[in-house]
Write a protein that binds this ligand. Structure first.
Ligand code: UDP
Ligand code: MG
Length: 333
């Protein structure tokens, strides 16, 4: 049942999209029957994350035939997590599901999540990837390393293999929307809140069309945000390394003095060279770590909006530049 103005909404499905023109038709074609079959009132919040292709134009065309499809277009590309944040802020449902646009998260699981949330009376239902064989081995290994590190650094409550496919109750979404954090990593923030939760296993499918929008540089950024957003442990590495260097230096000073006293002073080029390189490297690493945290503090003190909505199809009628982009510019799907 699509949304009507009189009835309150049960479900919002939030989908960040960045240059997903090739995937969007497949996504809508598979999602719509699933949602219609639930017998609930719903909206789909498609968050265009500053796409430079015709994603918005196509979404608006599809909306003509499916009014429950809402298009929220951000002014520029702000990244997956921040686009998700914009979507959570716009969503109005009692339950909110976040799902990728490339059909790697099967929409059919949404019904299972909703049923589980109601039956178990929980606030969060995580989609847990039980099988990632469709992902490249590089992606699987880096993701494995990511979850392993996070569980150790952030806390054991971080779910292994739970990405951003999850259902949240209104209570959880309201808390998330009230957080002032500049770059939240939701897959860590949500479990850290401690709401009651359940899990639904699903098989990660292959991207239906188009390319991944998560190159290695973005994966590294996500990892840095995950670590610095949750743990000050790396700062302590500097202290331990400093202590270790100090102890080694004490040993070297004693050796040096003994050698000087016995008159056997030799040209100590190698040891000096190694010591200078090693200490320089250690200092740079520690400075870099400090910089990561100072950077986060700096961003937080600027109080700039993390994203700006350029267009919301529910409230705006003025066409936007992105929507006017010619369909003919597109590769044919
Ligand atoms: N995405 C986004 N903004 C970005 C990068 C990605 O909104 O800057 C969206 C993308 O359109 C998709 C989801 O985030 O719906 C996950 O991205 P992708 O499937 O490319 O990542 P992967 O599954 O390869 O990790
Ligand atoms: Mg994907």
């Amino acid at each position: 049942m699509p949304r009507s103005l009189e009835s309150p909404l049960t479900l919002s499905v939030v989908t960040p999209m960045f240059n997903e023109r090739e995937a969007v038709d497949h996504f809508v074609a598979r999602l719509r029957p699933v949602l219609d079959g639930l017998g609930e009132t719903y909206e789909v919040v498609a968050v265009d994350d500053g796409s430079t292709d015709a994603t918005v134009a196509r979404l608006l065309q599809l909306r003509a035939d499916w009014p429950a499809l809402r298009v929220v277009s951000l002014r520029r590309n702000v990244g997956h997590q921040t686009a998700l944040r914009a979507g959570l802020k716009s969503a109005r449902g009692d339950y909110v599901v976040s799902i990728d646009a490339d059909l790697q998260d099967p929409p059919e699981t949404i019904g299972e999540m909703l049923a589980k949330a109601r039956a178990d009376e929980v606030d969060v239902v995580y989609g847990v990837r039980s099988d990632r064989s469709t992902d490249s081995s590089f992606k699987r290994n880096t993701a494995g390393l990511y979850y392993w590190t996070m569980r150790r650094m952030v806390g054991p409550w971080v779910n292994d293999q739970a990405g951003d496919f999850r259902l949240m109750s209104r209570a959880v979404v309201d808390v998330l929307n009230s957080l002032p954090e500049p770059r939240p990593v939701y897959r860590l923030v949500v479990p850290s809140l401690g709401f009651s939760s359940a899990e639904v296993a699903y098989v990660r499918e292959e991207r239906v069309a188009g390319e991944t929008k998560y190159p290695l540089s973005r994966m590294i950024r996500l990892t840095f945000d995950s670590v610095t957003g949750f743990s000050a442990a790396p700062l302590r590495i500097a202290t331990w390394l400093g202590l270790l260097s100090f102890l080694i230096c004490v040993g070297l000073i004693v050796t040096g003095l003994v050698a000087w006293g016995s008159g056997g002073v030799v040209p100590g080029w190698t040891s000096l060279y190694i010591a200078v390189l090693l200490l320089g490297g250690v200092q740079l690493i520690c400075l870099g770590l400090l910089g990561e945290y100072v950077g986060r503090i700096y961003m937080a003190t600027q109080h700039r909006p993390p994203y700006l909505v350029g267009f919301d199809s529910d409230t705006d009628t003025t066409p936007i530049e992105a929507a006017e982009r010619e369909e003919s510019e597109l590769p044919v799907v």
